[in-house]
Design a protein around this ligand. Structure first.
Ligand code: GAL
Length: 825
C-alpha cells in the first residue's frame, strides 16, 4: 500500500521524535474503539464524508446491536419458505424464524479516529472482531475495504488513508438483507473494533502460529512461527527475543533469533518447556510466549501469544483422546446471541453461560454455525472447554434466498483463512468445521468442495482435524462426501451410527448435532407422552422432555448410542441455550420468536433438562432433581407423573409421606428408563413431594422435597455473583422469584415485576425465558414466567454498592445489594 505523502517539515519532526525514543520504547499501541460512536439507522447519503454532520445521530457504545431493542413484530423478515432439512413438503409463512426483530436494512456508524502522535515510520490497522453485515469501512471519506460475512474477523491497514495532521474520521456502513439467515443474526458493530498502531517494522494481526509438536512428561517442544512485516523494505538486521512464562508468570524458556536475509520474513523459533503442565477442560493451564522484535538496537514491536500444551488424537477403533486419556465430547451447540442482550458481545454474559455449562459438566462447545467472538475462545481457554469452531451454514447451494451462498465462491477461502489464523493458537480449539448441513452434501461436486475447503484449513493449520455436520447421511456416504472429512459428523442420526461406521473409513463417528428436544421452562403438559412436532394452544412445549421434532430425538435416545457404541466419540446437543429465532415447532405461529431447544432458557435460567445432562456429565457432584413443580390446583386426584433426574442409581418417592415405590435406572426397551427415574402413575395431592435417593449399596444418601406453594407473597432476589468489577461492563444476573410466605417458588405466578437500580450500576436488560413474550428486553419490567424473571444489571466505572429493587402489585418488594470494586472479577 502506498505511504501518504508527508510534508518534508513534518517528516523531519517525526524522525526526530523517533530518534529521541529510548530503545525500549513501547512501539505497539492497541486502542479499543468502544465509546463515542454515532449511529443512524437507514442509508444516509454522504455519511462517509468527514465533514458530514452527525450531531443529531444517536450516541452509542460498541459492541452495539441496533435491533435488540425491538419492537418485536411478526412481519420483520417474514419468510415464505420450505425448510428442506425439516422434511417440509411445501413452503409456508414463517414469522419468528429470525426473531421478529428489526435487524434488516442499512445502518451507519461514525467516529473520530484519534491516532495519538501518529507519524512517519508507523502503521495503523483497524481490526473488526465482527460486523453484521456487508461492512464497508471508510476513513476520511475513502473506502478502505469491504467484508461481507458478518461473523468473521477482518482487518484493514489504514496507514495511507490517515491525514498527516490528524483529525481522522472513521465511518462504517452495514447492511442486512432480508431472508439471509435461519436465526437472529443481530445487527451492527456487535463485536469490538480495535485500532492497532505499530512501527513500520512490526508483527501483523494474527502474526504468530504456535504449535507444540512434542509433549512428554519431561518437556514440551514449542514451535513459534512469527511473521514480520517490513513494508518500507529497508531495515537493520532483525532479531526476535522470545520468552515463555508459565501461569505463575515465571520465565520457563527463552530464545533469541536473528532473521537471516535468506529466511524470508518469517522467524521460526523452537523452545523447550520443562515439565509442562497440560491443558485440559479440568486443568486449563495457560502459558504465554512474549516476543520482542528488534531492528538493530531499536525495539520495534512486542507481541504476546497465549497458548496451552496439550495433545489429542482421533484414532480408528479407539476414538478421541486428550493427553492420552480417552474421552467423549460432552458438548453443546450454541448460537452467538446472548438472549436479552442480543448479539452485542459482553464478556461477563459469556462467562455466565460458561459457568452454567461447566456446572452441568459440559466440556465442549460447537460455535454453530459460524465463527465465534474472540472473547468466547479466550474464555474457553481459561475456563476449560474444547471448541469446534464452525465456519458456514451454506456453501454454493442456498438454504435461504440471500444467505452466504452469494459470497461463497469469492469469499470462502478468505473467510476460512481468517478464521484459522485468528484462532489457531488457542488450546481450546480442537477441531474446525467447514459447514453445517450444507445442501451440497447431495449435490454433484459437493465432495470436491468439501475437499477444497478441508485442504485450505489443513494448509493453514495442519494440527487440527476438520469436520462438518451432515444430515443427508445416505447421499454423503454414497458420494464420498463423508469419507473425505477427517471426522464424519452426523446430525440427529443415532440410529444410523453403526451403519455409517461400517461404510466409512475413519473408524469413529461424532454426533455433531444431537437431540433438539423442545421444552419451555416450568411448563408441563398432560398426559406426559413421547411426541414429535407437538403443538399446544399456548405455544409452549412440555418440560417432561419427551417432545422433539420429526428429525430429532429425546436426549435419552442419543445417550443409548453414546454409551453402547465405542466408536461414537461424543455429542454436541442442540442447544445449550435458547436463542433468538427458529421457534420450532411454532415457526408459523407468532408470537413465538425464540427457540425451545435450549437446555437453558433465553434468560439463562436452567430448564429441567439441565439436570438430566448434569446427572450424566457432572461426575464430581451429586444431582437430584424432581419434576414437575407441585402446585396444581384443580388436578387433585389426577395422574401427574413425577420424574427424577439424578446420578444416584435408585430412589423412592413420597407424596405427603406415602411411598410411591422405588425406581431404579436400568436398560429397558424405553431409553428413558435407563436415564431417568419415573413414577408414571402418581396422583396429585397438594403438600410435599419428596424423593429419597439410594447409593449403589442401597443406603439412603440424599433427599429433595418440592412443596405445594401458597399465594404469591413476596419477591426474592438471588444474584449469581456477590461482587462485580467496577469496569462499566461487568454484569450480574439476578433472578427475581415470586415466592409464597414460606419461601416456596410460586410456579404459576405471572406477576408483572418492575426493577430499579441505584448506586454503582445501571439496569441492563430483563428476560423471562418465555418464547412468546413480546415485552422488550430493555425496559426494566417484565411479567414472571413460571414464577421467575431474570434482571441483568451492569456495574458502573465507580466502585461502590449497586442496589436492585424489584416491586410488583400485591407483592412485598425484594432488594439486593452487590459490591462493585476495582479488583473483583
Ligand atoms: C438442524 C440445524 C440447526 C437447527 C436444528 C433444529 O438441522 O443444523 O441449525 O436448525 O436443526 O433442530
Amino acid at each position: 500500500m502506498p505511504r501518504p505523502a508527508l510534508p518534508l517539515k513534518f517528516l523531519a519532526a517525526a524522525l526526530l521524535l523517533l530518534a529521541a525514543r529510548p530503545a525500549t520504547a513501547q512501539s505497539r499501541h492497541e486502542y479499543l474503539l468502544d465509546t463515542n460512536w454515532k449511529f443512524s439507522k437507514g442509508d444516509v447519503p454522504g455519511a462517509a464524508n468527514p465533514a458530514f454532520k452527525d450531531a443529531k445521530w444517536q450516541t452509542v457504545r460498541v459492541p452495539h446491536d441496533w435491533a435488540i431493542a425491538g419492537p418485536f413484530n411478526g412481519n420483520n423478515d417474514l419468510q415464505e419458505v420450505k425448510i428442506e432439512q425439516n422434511n417440509e413438503a411445501k413452503a409456508t409463512q414463517k414469522s419468528g424464524r429470525t426473531g421478529g426483530l428489526p435487524f434488516i436494512g442499512t445502518g451507519w456508524y461514525r467516529r473520530r479516529l484519534a491516532v495519538p502522535k501518529f507519524g512517519a515510520g508507523q502503521r495503523a490497522v483497524l481490526l473488526f472482531d465482527g460486523a453484521m453485515s456487508n461492512a464497508h469501512v471508510f476513513v476520511n471519506g475513502k473506502e478502505v475495504g469491504f467484508w461481507p460475512y458478518g461473523y468473521n474477523s477482518f482487518s484493514f491497514d489504514i496507514t495511507s488513508f490517515l491525514n498527516p495532521g490528524g483529525g481522522d474520521v472513521l465511518a462504517v456502513r452495514l447492511q442486512n438483507q432480508p431472508e439471509a439467515s435461519r436465526w437472529y443474526p443481530g445487527a451492527g458493530l456487535y463485536r469490538n473494533v480495535h485500532l492497532i498502531v505499530t512501527d513500520d517494522v512490526h508483527i501483523p494481526v494474527w502474526g504468530t502460529y504456535l504449535t507444540t509438536p512434542t509433549i512428554t512428561a519431561e518437556f514440551a517442544k514449542v514451535k513459534l512461527r512469527t511473521t514480520v512485516a517490513t513494508p518500507t523494505g529497508d531495515f537493520q538486521p532483525l532479531r526476535l527475543d522470545t520468552e515463555i512464562r508459565d501461569a505463575a508468570g515465571q520465565v520457563v524458556a527463552t530464545t533469541s533469533t536473528p532473521l537471516a536475509a535468506t529466511d524470508g520474513l518469517e522467524f521460526e523459533q523452537n523452545l523447550v518447556v520443562p515439565q509442562p503442565k497440560l491443558w485440559a477442560p479440568e486443568t486449563p493451564v495457560l502459558y504465554t510466549a512474549s516476543s520482542k522484535l528488534y531492528a538493530g538496537d531499536a525495539l520495534k514491536d512486542t507481541y504476546t501469544t497465549r497458548f496451552g500444551i496439550r495433545s489429542f488424537k482421533f484414532e480408528a477403533g479407539k476414538g478421541f483422546s486428550l493427553n492420552g486419556q480417552p474421552r467423549k465430547f460432552k458438548g453443546v451447540c450454541n448460537h452467538h446471541d446472548l438472549g436479552p442482550l442480543g448479539a452485542a458481545i459482553n464478556t461477563a454474559a459469556l462467562r455466565r453461560q460458561l459457568t452454567l455449562l461447566k456446572d452441568m459438566g459440559c466440556d465442549a462447545i460447537r460455535t454453530s454455525h459460524n465463527m465465534p467472538a474472540p472473547e468466547l475462545v479466550s474464555l474457553c481457554d481459561e475456563m476449560g472447554f474444547m471448541l469446534m469452531v464452525e465456519s458456514f451454514d451454506e456453501w454454493k447451494t442456498p438454504k435461504v434466498k440471500n444467505g452466504y451462498s452469494q459470497y461463497f465462491d469469492a469469499w470462502s477461502e478468505k473467510d476460512l483463512v481468517n478464521m484459522v489464523h485468528r484462532d489457531r493458537n488457542h488450546p481450546s480449539v480442537i477441531m474446525w468445521s467447514i459447514g453445517n448441513e450444507v445442501p451440497d452434501q447431495s449435490a454433484p461436486g459437493g465432495g470436491k468442495i468439501a475437499k477444497r475447503l478441508q485442504d485450505i484449513v489443513h494448509r493453514e493449520d495442519p494440527t487440527r482435524p476438520v469436520t462438518a455436520g451432515m444430515d443427508r447421511i445416505d447421499a454423503a456416504i454414497s458420494n464420498n462426501f463423508a469419507s473425505v472429512l477427517d471426522i464424519a459428523g452426523f446430525n440427529y442420526k443415532p440410529n444410523q451410527y453403526e451403519k455409517a461406521n461400517e461404510k466409512l473409513p475413519q473408524g469413529f463417528i461424532l454426533g455433531t448435532e444431537t437431540a433438539s428436544t423442545v421444552s419451555s421452562r416450568g411448563v408441563y403438559k398432560f398426559p406426559a407422552v413421547l411426541a414429535k412436532q407437538k403443538m399446544y394452544p399456548d405455544n409452549q412445549s412440555s418440560s417432561y422432555d419427551l417432545e422433539a421434532c420429526v428429525w430429532s430425538q429425546t436426549p435419552d435416545e442419543e445417550f443409548v448410542k453414546q454409551d453402547d457404541l465405542n466408536f461414537v466419540i461424543g455429542e454436541f446437543v442442540w442447544t445449550g441455550f435458547d436463542y433468538l429465532g427458529e421457534p420450532t415447532p411454532y415457526d408459523e405461529k407468532w408470537p413465538s420468536h425464540s427457540s425451545y431447544f435450549g437446555i437453558i432458557d433465553l434468560a439463562t435460567m436452567p430448564k429441567d433438562r439441565y439436570y438430566l445432562y448434569r446427572a450424566r456429565w457432572n461426575t464430581t457432584q451429586a444431582t437430584l432433581h424432581l419434576l414437575p413443580h407441585w402446585t396444581w390446583p384443580g388436578r387433585e386426584g389426577q395422574v401427574t407423573p413425577v420424574y427424577c433426574y439424578t446420578n444416584y442409581p435408585s430412589a423412592e418417592l413420597f407424596v405427603n409421606g406415602q411411598s410411591q415405590g422405588r425406581q431404579t435406572k436400568g436398560p429397558s426397551d424405553q431409553p428413558q428408563t435407563r436415564y431417568r427415574l419415573m413414577w408414571k402413575d402418581v396422583k396429585y395431592a397438594p403438600g410435599a413431594l419428596k424423593v429419597v435417593a439410594y447409593d449403589a449399596q442401597g443406603k439412603a444418601v440424599a433427599e429433595e422435597t418440592v412443596q405445594t406453594a401458597g399465594k404469591p407473597d413476596h419477591i426474592r432476589l438471588v444474584a449469581d455473583r456477590p461482587a462485580l468489577a467496577a469496569d462499566g461492563q461487568d454484569l450480574a444476573y439476578v433472578t427475581a422469584r415470586v415466592e409464597d410466605a414460606q419461601g416456596n417458588l410460586c410456579p404459576n405466578a405471572t406477576n408483572e415485576l418492575k426493577f430499579a437500580v441505584s448506586g454503582a450500576g445501571t439496569f441492563r436488560a430483563v428476560g423471562n425465558g418465555d418464547a412468546t413474550n413480546l415485552e422488550p428486553f430493555q425496559k426494566p419490567q417484565m411479567k414472571a414466567f413460571s414464577g421467575q424473571v431474570m434482571a441483568i444489571v451492569q456495574a458502573s466505572n465507580k466502585a461502590g454498592a449497586l442496589r436492585l429493587k424489584a416491586t410488583g402489585a400485591g407483592l412485598k418488594s425484594g432488594e439486593i445489594e452487590l459490591k462493585t470494586s476495582a479488583a473483583a472479577q
